[in-house]
Write a protein that binds this ligand. Structure first.
Ligand code: ZN
Length: 191
């Protein structure tokens, strides 16, 4: 059979070569950002995931421990009720942080965190930083800075690489994602 059309029509795989794909960092950070939407914290939604060999081994968002009513259900933030400012009075918070939850979820399901890479929406606090160091995590990508940077100093001393992810990139990814959804919708309408 002689094909008279464009060579591009021959195989969808040729088109796929032209298709825009997210980088691994974009892909994992977008997922960490989506994970943060499950948060039950009333003041800040955070998300974190742990990746090993380009596979997600666990996810975490900030929220109350298993079996305890979360702040959304209670309708108040305990720290705010006690008059603490942002980043203070953490010992009175019901929430387990996203980073710690990601480590705990890996433990719960029996996955080793040694050598894993973390993608987190916020720079980890000092408590999470210490857990990250001892969980054997080797690299931390984060978007937002936390009110203090002692944790970054801890990472430096422990030899853990930290990479700040450009916040504006998330907006770009979201519009690219919307575009993919629009294309899919149009394709479905046609078929
Ligand atoms: Zn923390």
């Amino acid at each position: 059979m002689v094909y008279s059309g464009s060579v591009r029509d021959l195989s969808p795989w040729l088109l796929i070569e032209k298709r825009k794909r997210q980088s691994w960092d974009d892909y994992f950070m977008m997922i960490a950002d989506i994970v943060s939407t499950r948060s039950t914290c009333l003041s800040r939604r955070t998300g974190a995931i742990l990746v090993k060999d380009k596979h997600i081994i666990s996810t975490g968002y900030n929220g109350a421990p298993r079996g305890i009513r979360n702040c959304v259900e209670k309708g108040y933030c305990n720290r705010k009720k006690m008059g603490f400012k942002s980043g203070e009075g953490l010992e009175y918070s019901y929430a387990v942080h996203a980073e710690e939850n990601a480590i705990l979820q890996a433990a719960y399901h029996g996955h080793s965190t040694k050598g894993a890479v973390m993608y987190a929406t916020t720079s980890p606090c000092v408590f999470c930083a210490k857990s990250i160091i001892n969980a054997g995590i080797v690299k931390v990508h984060y978007i937002e800075d936390y009110p203090h940077d002692f944790s970054l100093q801890l990472f430096k001393e422990a030899g853990i690489e930290t990479v700040k992810y450009p916040k504006e990139r998330l907006g770009q990814i979201r519009s690219e994602f919307d575009e993919i959804l629009r294309q899919r919708e149009n394709k479905n309408k046609k078929s």
